[in-house]
Every structure is written in C-alpha cells, then in structure tokens.
Design a protein around this ligand. Sequence first.
Ligand code: MLT
Length: 241
Amino acid sequence: HLLPDLVEPPQLAGKTAVVIDVLRATTTVVHALANGAREVLPFLNVDDARAKAKLIGAGVLLGGERGGLRIEGFQLGNSPAEYSEQVVGGKTVIFTTTNGTRAMQRCKLAKRVLLASFVNLSAVCRELADESEIDIVCAGTDGHVTREDTLLAGAIVDDLSRLTGLEFKTNDQADIAADAWRSAVGDLTGTSPLGQALRASRGGRNLIDIGHENDIDLAAQIDQFDLVAELDLTSWRITAK
Ligand code: MLT
C-alpha cells in the first residue's frame, strides 16, 4: 500500500503488516532500540504524548517532530543521530511524528506490526520470510506517495522473492515499488547510490531544506542493525526482537 489511506484497517485483520516511514520515523525508532531504549511508545498527537510522559515521570524521553522540527518541550527531535546509547539507553521514548505514527495507527487491527527501514532491511525480511500474507504500509507524506518509502517497499519485495525462492502474488503497488527499487539501484553509481536516490525523494528534499541532510545518509545505511522492531498491539509499545 503506497499510502496508509489505500488500506482500510479491517483489511489487515489477521495479517502481518510492515510500516515504512524511512525518512525518518521508522529509521529513528530502529536507532533508538538498537541503542538500548527500553521501548518506544508511539502517539498520534502531541498533547497525548506530553500527558503520557507526565504520567510515567522518571526515565522517559519525549521525541518526535512537527514540520520536521523538534517539538517545544521535547528532549529529542526525529533525527536518528540524537538517539545515541548515552541518551536513550534504558529509557522509554514517547514518540510522535506527522506521518509515521499515523501509519502505525492504520495497522491497529493487524495480527503483527513490524517497523522497517533500510538500516534493518535484512532482519525484517528474514522475519517476514515465513509469513503467508504480508501488507506493507508506506507512510508517504501528507497523503502523497513518496519515493523513499516506495523504494524501501520495493527492496523488501525484491529481498523476499530471493529469500523465499518462491513465486508469490503481489498487487500492482508492490510491483511498482519493486520496479522502482530495481531501477534505482541499477541506474545509480558512486559511493552511496541509495543516498543519492533518497536525496532526490520528497522526504529527502524536505530534510535538506530544514538542514537535516545528514539524516539521509544515516537512513541509507543498509543493514546497519540486525534488529526487528515490533509494535505490540495490546500494549502499544515498540520493542526490539
Ligand atoms: C513523519 O512521520 O512525517 C516523518 O518521520 C517526518 C520527518 O522526517 O521528520
């Protein structure tokens, strides 16, 4: 699903969903967990996030963005680099972003929800290899399809077809994503072909505009972490597997 609105929550019932917001929410969550955050609690709106932080009290950090920038009173923004071991180790991160946490919400009726990024691509694909039905849900940006999320969705489709060695049925959106991925990695040359493709994407251009170009390179580190991030749908907590 190239956008969350292209899937209705009941369609995901009993299925495994994979949420993608590669620039930057899902990349940032994977960084947080890889650097020892105890859990990440996603919230749709800022007031609820603040209220939860107040309720929990000690050991909690507020992270996320609006308009790409850190929210007033929050300790962290949405840059993966901010979520270092020294900062997030052992902590609960309460997290709200514009599109990423909405895409997670869309998957609330699924059987399982994983979070994918390029930095944990192979770990996610290995975890998915035994699943019979998979719904990849791209966050997009404000209702628009984005190249960066489409590329990662395509990379997952491509990897899964190689991992399982099986023919599986895909919808047209999955085929479009896989074509985009194959043509991007095939056409680009240089030291960071994925970084170049992400720079040219909608999310990449936005990050350059607000002075966060470095986050694009961090998001392009394929398989930096061997970690699966899973959203528990009962407790609404994201933890590392
Ligand atoms: C979002 O959830 O809309 C994004 O993660 C925005 C951003 O890159 O900060």
